[in-house]
Design a protein around this ligand. Sequence first.
Ligand SMILES: Nc1nc2c(ncn2[C@@H]2O[C@H](COP(=O)(O)OP(=O)(O)OP(=O)(O)O)[C@@H](O)[C@H]2O)c(=O)[nH]1
Ligand SMILES: [Mg+2]
Length: 363
Amino acid sequence: MFGRLKKKLNEAINKVSDTVTDTDTAEQIEPAEPAQPEEQLQVQQDTKEQQETEQDKKQEKPKKEKISRSISKTLKSAVKVVSEKKIDADVLSDALWELELVLLENNVASEMSEAICDEIKERLAGKSVSRFEVKNIIEETFKKNVRESLEIEPLDIYNIIETNKEQKTPTLIMFLGFNGAGKTTNLAKLGHHLKDKGYSCVFAAGDTFRAAAIHQLEVHSETLKIPMIKHDYGSDAAAVIFDAVKHAKAKGIDVVLADTAGRTHMNKNLLEELKKIVKVNQPDINILVVESIAGNDIVEQGRVFSEAGVDGIILSKWDVDQKGGAALSLTKAIGKPIVFLGTGQEYKDLKEFNIEEVIDNII
Ligand SMILES: Nc1nc2c(ncn2[C@@H]2O[C@H](COP(=O)(O)OP(=O)(O)OP(=O)(O)O)[C@@H](O)[C@H]2O)c(=O)[nH]1
Ligand SMILES: [Mg+2]
């Protein structure tokens, strides 16, 4: 995940850095001195020279000291000459245009790509900065924007479960999403995860639509030793989930994990059915499962399923190395947090989402 974006981003950073190759010398000579705009540098230099000359007049310095001072002066002016090499606005524009294309190709939403490039331009154009600083500024700007897009109020599943437990009510977590997104598999993984944390669970076989869907969940139920409530194929999904919640209340089970049929925005009936399931059962948490490999489609999926209500996202198939920017665009588009990453096909392959880890993965 993000492998290609990372590679391209580094290529773009190198390209912009190449416009300031000469400033490498400045870094070697005086790495600690922050680069400054030309005028500012000149003013500072002049003031310093004035002060030094006045000081010289006041005190008669020994000859040796004067020599070392002149060496230091020569070094300083060398630094000044090389760090005065400004970044050419046109060259920078070209490089940033390429960076923007790379971001777009990787499904980073156009508003975010534009914002990143505009900010980099503002911070670099016409400035005298070292190659090292160019790299830092580009990385910083990118990370800042990614962090902002992912920093949405988190969904604390465990807190919701605990609060409901205090009121002796089960927590209903319902899985929504496109056909084949990974709903059933990640539902089973979450069941395994919650059981590991000491919560009791029951599955609700709410996909009464697709042939073999009930059987698929039943296999997970048997393997994980988590009970399951099911009706027949073709029956009312809202009623199955309702029964599972009733069962959980009667047995003091902490969490109901409800599967639903995969559906697309093309299928109005199935979307209406989903809204009905939500209305009847009022889930505590609706989890939208989207494939991280689905590209920008997931933004559209997010918007459609938001009509039924989405509280959090599971990004499935994170282990399949593909374009990653769409995930950032999705959270920004629907304003809901990514809660877990699906990282494989085994029960253990569910990872709590960590912003900093994802950011470090990109750059
Ligand atoms: N590599 C990988 N495969 C996954 C992941 N999550 C699910 N899958 C696979 O994706 C395929 C579809 O998963 P399901 O859980 O059946 O998807 P679904 O959304 O329930 O599908 P429908 O019920 O048909 O809409 C299966 O082969 C899963 O093993 C994941 O995180 N990584
Ligand atoms: Mg399914």
